[in-house]
Design a binder for this molecule. Structure first.
Ligand SMILES: O=C(O)c1cc(=O)[nH]c(=O)n1[C@@H]1O[C@H](COP(=O)(O)O)[C@@H](O)[C@H]1O
Length: 232
C-alpha cells in the first residue's frame, strides 16, 4: 500500500519529541500517515512536523483552529508553509471564518494542505451538546455544519464514522476524516461515537484517525498491521 492509498492516520499524542519519534520509528510511512495535535505541537512547535516529514510521513496538523476569520486564515497559511498534508479548523467558527481560510490557501503558490472542518467532537454525545445549549442530536448538528463547510469550499470534515452514511448522501464532495475508531475489544477511553476500522470504512470514511489503540499498544507496529489486515 503506498502512502497515498492508506486511509490510516496515527495520532502521535505524546508530551515529548522523543516519545513521538520513538513511535514513529516503529511505524512504516507507507502504511499510515501521522497526526500532530495540540499536546505534541505545544511542546515541540514546527520542528516535529519537519522531522516527521524528513522521515517520509505525511502530516495532519490537528490544532483545530477556532478564532476570528483573519487569525484563523493566517494560522492555516502558516500550516501550509510548514508543508503539512492536512489541517483543520472548527466549523463552529462559522462560514466567514472557513471561507477566509479557503481564500487564503487558494492564493498560495504550490500544493496546499487539505482543509478540514471539525464538526461535533467524537467525545460528545447528545447530553454533552445539551450542556453547551444545543438541544439537538449530534448527527443533526454535524449535517448542519457540513452544509456550511461545503458552502465555504472546505475539502472535508472531521466527524464520527456513525455520521458517514448521512454525510455521504448529503455532501458527497466532502472527504470524511473519522476519529473515534476502536478495534474490537479495545478500550473506549473518552470517546463516545465510535466504530471499528472496518465498520468505519464500510460506512464511508475516507480517513481513519487512530491514537491510543496503536500508540499505547505493547507492540504498536503489530497493532497497525492488525488494522491494515482488518481493512484488507
Ligand atoms: O480532529 C481530530 O483529530 C479529532 C476530532 C474529534 O472529533 N475527535 C478526536 O478524537 N480527534 C483526535 O483524534 C485522536 C483520537 O485519539 P484516540 O482516541 O486515542 O484514538 C486524538 O488525537 C483527538 O485529538
Amino acid at each position: 500500500m503506498s502512502v497515498c492509498q492508506t486511509p490510516i492516520i496515527v495520532a502521535l499524542d505524546f508530551p515529548t519529541r522523543e516519545a513521538a519519534l520513538a513511535l514513529a520509528d516503529r511505524l512504516d510511512p507507507s502504511l499510515c500517515r501521522v497526526k500532530v495535535g495540540k499536546e505534541l505541537f505545544t511542546s515541540c512547535a514546527s520542528d516535529i512536523v519537519t522531522t516527521l516529514r524528513d522521515r517520509g510521513f505525511e502530516v495532519f496538523l490537528d490544532l483545530k483552529f477556532h478564532d476570528i476569520p483573519n487569525t484563523t486564515a493566517m494560522a492555516v497559511k502558516a500550516a501550509a508553509e510548514m508543508g503539512v498534508w492536512m489541517v483543520n479548523v472548527h466549523c463552529s467558527g462559522g462560514l466567514r471564518m472557513m471561507s477566509a481560510c479557503r481564500e487564503t490557501l487558494d492564493k498560495l503558490a504550490g500544493p496546499v494542505p487539505l482543509l478540514i472542518g471539525v464538526t461535533v467532537l467524537t467525545s460528545m454525545e447528545r447530553d454533552d451538546l445539551a450542556g453547551i445549549g444545543l438541544d439537538i442530536e449530534p448527527q443533526e448538528q454535524v449535517l448542519r455544519l457540513a452544509a456550511l463547510a461545503q458552502q465555504a469550499g472546505m475539502d472535508g470534515l472531521v466527524c464520527s464514522a456513525l455520521e458517514a452514511p448521512a454525510l455521504k448522501a448529503a455532501q458527497p464532495s466532502l472527504q470524511l476524516v473519522t476519529p473515534g475508531i476502536r478495534p474490537a475489544g479495545s478500550a473506549q477511553d473518552d470517546q463516545r461515537r465510535i466504530l471499528t476500522p472496518r465498520q468505519a470504512l464500510d460506512a464511508g470514511s475516507d480517513y481513519l484517525v487512530i491514537g491510543r489503540p496503536i500508540s499505547q499498544a505493547a507492540d504498536p507496529a503489530a497493532a497497525l498491521a492488525n488494522v491494515v489486515a482488518e481493512l484488507g
